[in-house]
Ligand binder design. Structure first.
Ligand code: FES
Ligand SMILES: [Fe+2]
Length: 342
C-alpha cells in the first residue's frame, strides 16, 4: 500500500481525546495520544524504546507517560524525564513525537517529517465557521478496504445511481456526462442534472415539489479528504449556469484515516444551508447518509477481498468514467515517490 506521510490525517473527533492514554493507528503506525492538562493533544510513537512495550499500556501521570514495564517516563515532546534507579538520562532516551493540530473539533496528526508540518495546511472549509451554515457530525465508519479504494469512491459520481438507489441516486443520473478537473488539489468530478425529479432523499424530506436542477461536485483533497457538494434548486429552464448559491446545498465531508493497508476509517459529517438549528432534520439526513455509506462500505469491502486474492492477470478495464480515479492514483504515487527521494 502506498502511503503519503507528509500530510495531516484525522486522528479523531476532539471528544475522543481526554486525559487518558488512547492508542491510534494511522498509516500502519501505532501512536499513543492524550490530552494534556494544557488542553493540547499529544501524539507519541506507541513504543517504549527500552523493551518495546507499547506506551499505551503504561500510565498517564500528570502530563507524562510512565512506561508500564520499568517506569521510564516520557513527556509530551517525547523526551525522557525519568528513569527509575538511574540519575543520568541519555539523550537517546526519547520517543518520536508527532505534530498535532486541532480545528473545528477534529484532531489532526502530521505523520511525516515534522519540519514540514504546516498548521495552515490543515483542511478547512469556510462554511465550517459560518453561522449561516449548520454542521452536523456523523459517525466514524470502519471500512475493511484500503484508503485508495475508499477515496476513489468519493470522487466517482457514476456509482451513485447503482449503489444508492434509495437515497442519493436516481435513474436520471446515469447517462449525464461527468466533467473533470484533475490538475489541481482538490481533484474534481462534477455534473449537473437539469429539470429532473429530486433525489429520493430530498423528496422524502419534502424539500421540493416539482422538478429541480441539481448538482454533484465531488472534491478529493489529497491525500484523503473528500468534500461532496450536492444540492438542488427549483428547475429553471432559462438557466444553464452554476446555481449552487440558489438552492438547498449540502456538503458531505469525509475524512479518511488510512489505518492500515486494508482498513480505513471514514469520519463523516455534513454542513447545510437549510433548516439551520433543526436537530430533527439533521438526524433524518444523517440516517439517510448512514444507509448510503453502509452501501459504499459493502461494495468497498467486497472489492478489497478480490484485490487480496492471488490473481492470474492484472488487467483492469478502464472506462470513460475513470479520469478522476486515474488522476488520484497517479498523484498519490507522485507524492509518495517525492518523499522517497533524498
Ligand atoms: S519497556 Fe519501557 S521502561 Fe522498559
Ligand atoms: Fe457512495
Amino acid at each position: 500500500m502506498t502511503f503519503v506521510k507528509n500530510a495531516w490525517y484525522v486522528a479523531g473527533w476532539s471528544d475522543e481525546f481526554g486525559h487518558r492514554l488512547h492508542p491510534v493507528r494511522i498509516l500502519g503506525e501505532d501512536l499513543v495520544m492524550y490530552r494534556a492538562s494544557t488542553g493540547e493533544v499529544a501524539a507519541l510513537k506507541d513504543r517504549c524504546p527500552h523493551k518495546l512495550l507499547p506506551l499505551s499500556r503504561g500510565r498517564l501521570i500528570d502530563d507524562r507517560i510512565e512506561c508500564g514495564y520499568h517506569g521510564t517516563t516520557f513527556g509530551a515532546d517525547g523526551r525522557c524525564t525519568r528513569i527509575p534507579g538511574q540519575p543520568r538520562i541519555p539523550p537517546t532516551a526519547r520517543v518520536r513525537a508527532f505534530p498535532v493540530h486541532e480545528r473545528h473539533d477534529i484532531v489532526w496528526v502530521w505523520m511525516g517529517d515534522p519540519e514540514k508540518a504546516d498548521a495552515s495546511a490543515v483542511f478547512d472549509l469556510p462554511q465550517m465557521s459560518d453561522p449561516a451554515w449548520d454542521s452536523h457530525r456523523g459517525d466514524a465508519l470502519h471500512i475493511r478496504s484500503g484508503y485508495i479504494n475508499v477515496a476513489e469512491n468519493l470522487v466517482d459520481p457514476a456509482h451513485v445511481t447503482y449503489v444508492h438507489p434509495t437515497t442519493l441516486g436516481s435513474a436520471a443520473h446515469a447517462a449525464v456526462p461527468v466533467e473533470y478537473e484533475t490538475d489541481g488539489d482538490p481533484i474534481l468530478a462534477y455534473r449537473w442534472i437539469r429539470d429532473a425529479p429530486p433525489i429520493p432523499l430530498f423528496a422524502r424530506l419534502g424539500l421540493f415539489e416539482g422538478n429541480v436542477d441539481r448538482w454533484q461536485y465531488f472534491h478529493l483533497h489529497l491525500p484523503s479528504t473528500a468534500v461532496i457538494d450536492f444540492g438542488s434548486a427549483d428547475a429553471d429552464p432559462e438557466s444553464t449556469g452554476d446555481r449552487r448559491r440558489e438552492g438547498v446545498r449540502i456538503f458531505a465531508l469525509h475524512f479518511l484515516t488510512p489505518v492500515a493497508a486494508n482498513h480505513t476509517i471514514d469520519r463523516w459529517m455534513h454542513i447545510r444551508n437549510t433548516r439551520i438549528g433543526d436537530e430533527e432534520f439533521a438526524r433524518a439526513l444523517d440516517e439517510s447518509f448512514r444507509v448510503a455509506f453502509a452501501e459504499d462500505k459493502n461494495i468497498l469491502e467486497a472489492v478489497q477481498i478480490e484485490e487480496e486474492k492471488p490473481r492470474d492477470d492484472e488487467f483492469r478495464l478502464q472506462l470513460a468514467i475513470d479520469p478522476a480515479c486515474i488522476a488520484y492514483r497517479a498523484r498519490i504515487d507522485e507524492l509518495a515517490e517525492a518523499e522517497r527521494l533524498p
